[in-house]
Design a protein around this ligand. Sequence first.
Ligand code: FMN
Length: 192
Amino acid sequence: MPEILVGVSGASGMPLALCVLRELAAMPDVRVHCIISQGARAVLQAECGAGPELLAAYADHLYEPDDLAAGPASGSWWHGKRPAAMLILPCSMGTLGALASGATRNLVQRAGDVVLKEGLRLVLVTRESPLSAVHLRNMLALREAGAVIMPFSPGFYLRPQSLEDILLQTSGRIFDQLGLEHNQKRWAENNK
Ligand SMILES: Cc1cc2nc3c(=O)[nH]c(=O)nc-3n(C[C@H](O)[C@H](O)[C@H](O)COP(=O)(O)O)c2cc1C
C-alpha cells in the first residue's frame, strides 16, 4: 500500500492542499500521513478561516511540526513504509530554502531532507511570484538533488469551468508525479 506524507507549509494554496488531501483520503489503497507547519496555520486561517483540523481530518496519521523524534524524521521509518513518497503542498520559499541548504528546522523540512537523502520521491508544489534569483537557485539545487519542482500552474487547455475544476485537475497532475492512479482529465486529441 503506498504511504504518502503530505507536508503543509506556510504558502498560499490551502484550498489545493484541502482538495489533494480529500482526494487522497478517498483512495482506498493509500495511507496518508500529514504534518502542518506553524507557518501554515496562519495561512490556513487567512485562506480557509479554519485551523489545522480542517486538513488533519483527511489524514490517517498526524505529526506535530516540532516533533523531530517522530517517524518521518528517520530514514529507517521511510524504508519500512515503501512504496512511499512525500509531497510538500504548498511549499513556501522558506521551506524550499531550508531544504536547499540542508539546514532544516521543523518536521516538514527534516522529513523532506530525509526523503531526498534516502533517494525517495519528493514533490514540491511551490507557490511564490515573482521568483527571485535565490528562489530559482534553490529550485535548481533541489531538482539536481532529485526533487520534483511543481509550481501551482493550472492547465487551461483542460477548460476548467470553476475553481474546483482547477483544483481537481491540478490534483491529478500531482498524483501523476506521486505515481498514484486517478480519474482526473488528461490532455487528449479530442479536447481540440
Ligand atoms: C497569508 C499568508 C500568505 C503567505 N503566502 C506565502 C507564499 O505564497 N509563499 C511563501 O513562500 N510564503 C508565504 N507566506 C510567508 C510564510 O508563511 C513564512 O515565510 C513562513 O515563515 C513559512 O514557514 P514554513 O515554511 O515553515 O511554513 C505567507 C504568509 C501569510 C501569513
